[in-house]
Design a binder for this molecule. Sequence first.
Ligand code: KG4
Ligand code: ZN
Length: 382
Amino acid sequence: MLVLGIETTCDETAAAVVERADDGRGAILANVVLSQLTQHAAFGGVVPEIAARAHVEALDLIIATAMADAGRSFASLDGIAAAAGPGLIGGVIVGLTTAKAIALVHEKPLIAVNHLEAHALTARLTDATPFPFCLFLASGGHTQVVAVRGVGDYVRLGTTRDDAIGEAFDKIAKLVGLGYPGGPRVEAEAVRGDRGRFALPRPMIGRPDADFSLSGLKTALRLEAEKIAPLSDQDVADLCASFQLAVVEMVVDRLRQGLRIFRQRFGAPSALVAAGGVAANQAIRDAMLDVALQDEVELVVPPPALCTDNGAMIAWAGAERLAHGLCDTLDTAPRARWPLDEVAKPAAAAGPPRPVPVEQVSAEPAAAQIPPDAALPASAPE
Ligand code: KG4
Ligand code: ZN
């Protein structure tokens, strides 16, 4: 099954072609990512209007490049997938509308992919990780511990009560003058800093849930920085190191709780899986390894380029959904907000099938069953 995937929910314009074999194995044939970093850097964060316009300008070429890299024609595709949310709505509209046009012209199924589901399923593309597994998704917009039980079957075990971890890294970077994007810069500074210099709080540690909270930590760091301003290079490094240590210790405690809750509710997970840009952080990766070793569960961390936003994860999620007979109508709406637990399940898990004809116009986005004559390769749901 060959699927084109389009990602435009934030500041990366990306397209990829991915193949899913009948045995469920995945292969990336092309994966093209254009970062808009330079367009947003001067503003210290992503500007939604600039992002949407940049997606419009770049997307056609990015898709053409992905198709050329893959050496395949549109006619050979089995489906066109696009991230339909959650994300910055202008960008989501660009990607989803483009996917609809390609699907319409080439008479292919459209798969409107939830961006978080795509992060969640990436480990199955890279490592063929079987269900169920425990996902730690940490990016600029999300921090969640999720039980991934099957395609379309997600239970959120924990989430942040305020900032996402990546967002906190970005804000700290701005505060100490490191610019945007903050995560990699804070990590680089932390390497040469004294992580014991500032006694920062460890929010949430010891609580029986698996939730996160970053805002108190961020405020504490700001107060410490204000006390010693103006900051020397060493002050900046020490602040970054102290902040990163506090985050790491929170992550360790929260993941232990998450795994405990997972086992209680669903039995043993096949793996602890990392996803999202924050998983590129080596200290956080090391901490996850400690948790996994102690919990005697395998750790799966996809390569950094597949942890951050990319088209391959969208194409793969599209292929996984298509293999379960799920596709979407051309009137599917883009969504700024779209919690994982609202993602449509395959019919077998969701109850009796409810076919939705392509012509049907509805206000709500709908998951459609592929009509029996769509001639898709047979594949059994897991
Ligand atoms: O998943 P992603 O590429 O985009 C979304 O937010 O969906 O994640 C980007 C986030 C940013 O907040 C960035 O600062 C953070 O991931 N990040 C990091 C590192 N690399 C990226 N945070 C900590 N350490 C890093 N090395
Ligand atoms: Zn993302």
